[in-house]
Design a protein around this ligand. Structure first.
Ligand code: SAH
Ligand code: SF4
Ligand code: F3S
Length: 458
């Protein structure tokens, strides 16, 4: 983020919850506000504007908003007493889902905006400062926000997110995303390529393409995620590509083949399955069975044998029996997921599953979650241990925690630390793993750095 001259500069604090799409939106909100003189601060007491970028996916995620707003109200009042105005904004998926409720419960909020109107922020800020009172914009505008966000982005670092697709038409029975993010829409390939080139020119080496259903991408000029990945792989300087989150139903032949063809496409795929039981998958309206998922994994592994998988699971979806839960545990073992996000089913207002008759008791959900998490911890450690003695390439992202250490990312998205000079930041270096924990790998560099810096010098 650009800092610029502090003289006359206003301070902006953005808090972000939820998925990577929200992380990306927060970056873009900071960028549209920069020309108005806003630069980043971490302290609410210094902030002339605070944006809470919220998530509505589970009840707990939404509740965080109201407790955070209560704390910020105190800060806003204290600042007002010393003559400083504070613009308080709520953005993201809670804003989209319950904008009016926010206005009622927290009348001291100045702006409420949904994920699709972030490009209108400067205009909303002007309206709020002129008129006072609540400015609410939770439209799903005809025009895409991407056409109005600045084409040129400031430097993002060695790794960066790039949203290529938004929204969802799948309507899984438990999920709010189709209601908060709207219908599926893809950005044109030319816009994605331009943004990617801009990032690479400023030192980004690894790009993760984002979308709620990223493999449903069908943007103009590419037509499919596979075609987009081939186009991106042509950009000199892109060392690594990843994408998330995918739906098993959209895992087509071309995309599976791309995993075999493109060395830039990293061998770690996040592919949510949610459950291993067909009855639950049907109740969830997922549109695939456990066997469909197994076949997709087999085909992907045939294309790229070192591919590892991570996934999302919900335990305690309405109607889930002990036998269904056992089927999920069996699938987890069988596929050998390297990591997973595991959630307790949380009823969301307005979704079909929330109205389903057979809700699973809280205590049963808790027990199932503990069981699944224990299994995943075991599998994640086993996966990390399986790398010990192996050699592979690591993208160095910066200094490590201790002096003389550097940090990076393995092809499988594991955090790596090694002894080495910080000058290797942004380079892909060969390492050998000599130790592992549940969350990281300890590695030694295998090639002389001299050779590396010549090979990868910008
Ligand atoms: N688009 C992605 C993920 C969207 S949300 C997909 O289709 O897989 C991220 C994860 O949150 C989901 O994969 C699901 O596991 C979880 N999730 C969504 N709604 C939930 C709910 N009501 N209760 C618990 N977990 C939920
Ligand atoms: Fe939600 Fe399902 Fe769409 Fe994923 S595919 S965002 S879980 S409705
Ligand atoms: Fe949450 Fe919205 Fe993302 S509900 S998970 S921030 S799409």
């Amino acid at each position: 983020m650009s800092t610029g001259d502090t003289k006359g500069t206003k301070r902006l604090l953005i808090r972000t919850w939820g998925c990577q799409m929200n992380v990306y939106d927060s970056e873009r909100m900071a960028e549209v506000l920069a020309p108005l003189g806003f630069s980043a601060t971490e302290s609410p007491e210094d902030a002339d504007m605070v944006i809470l970028n919220t998530c509505h996916i589970r009840e707990k995620a939404a509740e965080k908003l109201y407790s955070e707003l209560g704390r910020l109200r105190v800060v806003k009042d204290a600042r007002a007493e010393s003559g400083h105005a504070t613009v308080l904004a709520v953005a993201g998926c809670v804003a989209q889902a319950e904008g009016a409720e926010i206005a009622r419960r927290a009348p001291y909020v100045d702006l409420v905006l949904g994920p699709q109107t972030i490009h209108r922020l400067p205009e909303m800020v002007a309206r709020a400062s002129r008129a006072g009172g609540l400015v609410l914009d939770t439209d799903f505008p005809e025009e895409s926000k991407f056409d109005h966000l600045p084409a040129h982005r400031p430097a993002q670092g060695v790794t960066a997110f790039l949203t290529v697709q938004e929204g969802c038409d799948k309507f899984c029975a438990f999920c709010v995303v189709p209601y908060t993010r709207g219908a599926e829409a893809s950005r044109p390939a030319a816009a994605v390529l331009a943004e990617a080139r801009g990032l690479v020119a400023q030192g980004t080496r690894e790009i993760t393409l984002l979308g709620q259903n990223v493999n449903a991408y069908h943007g103009e000029g590419a037509g499919s995620l596979a075609a987009l990945l081939y186009q991106l792989a042509e950009i000199p300087g892109i060392a690594r590509l990843r994408y998330m989150t995918s739906h098993p139903r959209d895992m087509d032949d071309a995309l599976i083949a791309a995993h075999g063809d493109l060395p830039q496409l990293m061998p770690m795929l996040h592919l949510p399955v949610q459950s291993g039981a067909d009855g639950v998958l049907a109740a969830m309206n997922r549109g695939h069975t456990a066997d469909d998922f197994r076949r997709i994994v087999d085909r992907l592994r045939a294309a790229r044998p070192d591919l590892a998988f991570s996934s999302d699971f919900i335990v305690g979806h309405p109607g889930e029996s002990d036998a269904d839960h056992a089927a999920t545990l069996a699938l987890v073992r069988e596929i050998g997921f390297a990591s997973a996000y595991t959630f307790k089913y949380s009823p969301r207002p307005g979704t079909p599953a929330a109205r389903a008759p057979y809700q699973v008791p809280e205590a049963v959900k808790d027990a199932r979650l503990r069981e699944l998490q224990a299994l995943m911890v075991e599998q994640q450690l086993a996966f990390n241990n399986s790398r010990i003695g192996a050699q592979f390439e690591v993208l160095i992202t910066g200094p490590g925690r201790h002096p003389g250490q550097i940090a990076g990312r393995s092809p499988w998205l594991q955090a790596v630390h090694a002894e080495g000079p910080e000058s290797l930041t942004g380079q892909v270096v060969r390492v050998e793993a000599i130790g592992a924990s549940a969350n990281s790998l300890h590695c030694v560099l295998k090639e002389p750095q001299q050779h590396q810096s010549e090979q990868h010098a910008a």
